[in-house]
Design a protein around this ligand. Structure first.
Ligand SMILES: [Zn+2]
Length: 410
């Protein structure tokens, strides 16, 4: 389907979604019924606004638009950016989530009949809903869950899966600790945090696993693995097309930004067919870059790459700095560096005075010359226009994570 055809369908879904919200959602009851092409006239929604409407009688918030009996599942957010909140789903919401997630993961090239080992827990967090997409695709799903490296390695050795799904941090940790180049795994599907699309980091992962790495991305309040990269590895396609509408805004001014090729800004998402707790123009805090050139895989529509979380962003003398972007520049110094960094802001808050202190971990057995720190500093300044002070630390100094790595020390 061309993107224009998709947008025409989305416009009809959006009109229906708005009538539903006006009839059923206390939070959006008074929303103006504008057509999809004028969506930017509607107010943005933040996580904080929704959270403020939570009451003992309504633990979901005022955007809850269904009845208690219609809810088939309730997830909670991990609470990394505040108190955990609850995400209710109706049967159709859950089904749409799984369809979108299946589209996103299937884009990676995994095929029915192959085996995939997963390292996410089917626990309280929304990411667990993505697990059902593997059966939907027709894969043999081998769940081993989070934090059990021995079980994972045994499953890979004995069950010989063609694919593994992990966070990029965990994939990097495993490749660093174990020789996986000869394993059966030919595809690594990473999700859960930015990083899988950073060229240097990805190259390191691919070399360590002897496998192709593609990334996926979602957000609990909207849906799991909404976006997924195809084998051409040139940004994530919207797997949840038809269910979710995407926009870009300038995070500072909230002005809409055209989704033209090369544009970047904060991703804003709107449900098109959601029932339980639908949101409109939800600020994801994900800062993304857009590609609109045709993809050889034939999928249409804009593709995105996540540059970082707006929450992790620091401002150094007026310049926005994403720690994941720093890591990308630093990773180009492999094989001297391990790829692990830690930004250590000297001041509390977002605004920092230069130079920004950054610990860069050396690779195992690296014996770099004195000029390495200077070269990294110059390269970061050249690429990101920010003054840093680089401290080289020995291999193994920075904390590894089996889920998501911390890039900023607070
Ligand atoms: Zn593609």
């Amino acid at each position: 389907m061309t993107w224009e055809e998709q947008l025409a369908l989305d416009a009809a879904s959006f009109a229906e979604q708005l009538s539903y919200l006006r009839a059923r959602s206390p939070f959006y009851r008074d929303i103006e019924p504008v057509p999809l092409e004028r969506i930017a006239e509607l107010p943005l929604t933040t996580k904080q606004q929704l959270r403020e409407t939570v009451t003992p009688e309504n633990p979901f918030g005022a955007h809850f638009a269904a009845s208690r009996e219609e809810i088939v599942r309730i997830y909670s957010t991990s609470g990394t950016t505040g108190t955990p909140s609850y995400i209710p789903l109706t049967a159709s919401d859950l089904d749409n989530w799984i369809t979108g997630s299946s589209n996103s993961y299937a884009a990676s090239g995994i095929e029915p009949g192959q085996r995939i080992v997963s390292t996410y827990n089917a626990g309280p967090f929304a990411a667990g809903a993505a697990l059902a997409s593997f059966e939907r695709i027709g894969l043999t799903h081998i769940p081993v869950g989070t934090g059990n490296t021995d079980k994972l390695l045994r499953a890979i050795e004995l069950l010989k899966p063609e694919a593994a799904v992990l966070t990029p941090s965990y994939a990097a940790y495993l490749a660093e600790q174990h020789d996986l180049r000869e394993s059966s795994v030919q595809r690594i599907l990473v999700a859960g945090e930015p990083g899988g699309g950073e060229p240097a980091f990805r190259a390191q992962l691919q070399a360590g696993w002897g496998a192709k790495v593609t990334e996926a991305m979602g957000i609990g309040d909207i849906g799991v693995s909404l976006w997924g990269e195809c084998e051409h590895q040139d940004g994530m396609h919207l797997g949840a097309r038809g269910f979710v509408h995407a926009e870009l805004i300038d995070p500072a001014t909230e002005a809409p930004i055209d989704m033209r090729d090369g544009a970047h800004g904060e991703l804003v998402l709107t449900h098109l067919k959601h029932r339980a707790a639908p949101v409109l123009r939800f600020r994801t805090r994900d800062h993304v870059q857009v590609r609109t050139t045709p993809c050889p895989c034939g999928r249409t529509g804009p593709r995105i790459r996540c540059i970082g979380r707006t929450d992790d962003m620091l401002i150094v003398r007026g310049v926005n700095v994403f720690p994941s972007a720093v890591r990308e520049v630093v990773s180009a110094f492999a094989p001297d560096v391990s790829g692990h960094i830690l930004v250590k802001p000297a001041q509390p808050g977002v605004k920092q005075d230069p130079p920004l202190p950054i610990a860069v971990e050396l690779a195992r057995d690296a014996r770099p010359g004195v000029e390495l720190a200077d070269a990294i500093r110059d390269s970061v300044r050249g690429a990101l226009v920010v003054q840093t002070s680089i401290e080289l630390v020995p291999w193994g100094t920075l904390q590894r994570s089996e889920y998501k790595s911390k890039l900023v020390q607070r």
